[in-house]
Design a protein around this ligand. Structure first.
Ligand SMILES: Nc1c(C(=O)O)ncn1[C@@H]1O[C@H](COP(=O)(O)O)[C@@H](O)[C@H]1O
Length: 164
């Protein structure tokens, strides 16, 4: 087993339905990743341990998803120098706007990337992680080019279908 380069963490197992989209993209491109439930609110000490150990364990990027009062991405970002990519999970009460605003409005000095609400955001967080890894890894660069071509083919296929 290759050592994971990307850590996908989420506040609750109920976020997996959203966050699995990130895992699927990384898996499709053979990028080693790990998955964990880590919560700033419910398991604060585990969060501190996870964030502080991440770089030393060889992780390069953390994708953090959370819903509602989504403090996890920002708190992890405060505890590690690694890039943290935040995914707002769609909440029932406020449709994820709460999650989005909780992640995006970080104070200067603690940068935390913020993606779209829901599974599309999780996919893009993984695609962005690939772009970061591609800076030093030609294999990931090739994978990204394949992914771009697949997306292009899918769009053109859709275009062909709507021609009268
Ligand atoms: N936002 C956070 C954090 C955190 O930010 O640390 N921990 C859990 N949660 C969120 O609570 C929501 C409801 O969780 P449950 O479904 O377990 O009740 C989830 O979307 C989770 O991300």
């Amino acid at each position: 087993m290759e050592k994971p380069l990307v850590g996908i963490i989420m506040g609750s197992d109920s976020d997996w339905e959203t966050m699995k989209s990130a895992a699927e993209l990384l898996k499709a491109h053979a990028i080693p990743y790990e998955v964990a439930v880590v919560s700033a609110h419910r398991t604060p000490e585990r969060m501190v341990d996870y964030a502080k150990a991440a770089q030393g364990r060889g992780l390069k990027i953390i994708i953090a998803g959370a819903g509602g009062a989504a403090h996890l991405p920002g708190m992890v970002s405060a505890l590690t120098p690694l890039p943290v990519l935040g995914v707002p999970v769609q909440s029932k009460a406020l449709s994820g706007l709460d999650s989005l605003l909780s992640i995006v409005q970080m104070p200067p000095g603690i940068p935390t990337a913020t993606f779209a609400i829901g599974a599309g955001g999780a996919t893009n967080a993984a695609a962005f992680a690939m772009r970061i890894l591609a800076l030093d890894d030609p294999r990931v660069r090739d994978g990204l080019e394949r992914y771009r071509q697949e997306n292009e083919a899918r769009a053109l296929d859709g275009h062909a279908k709507i021609q009268p």
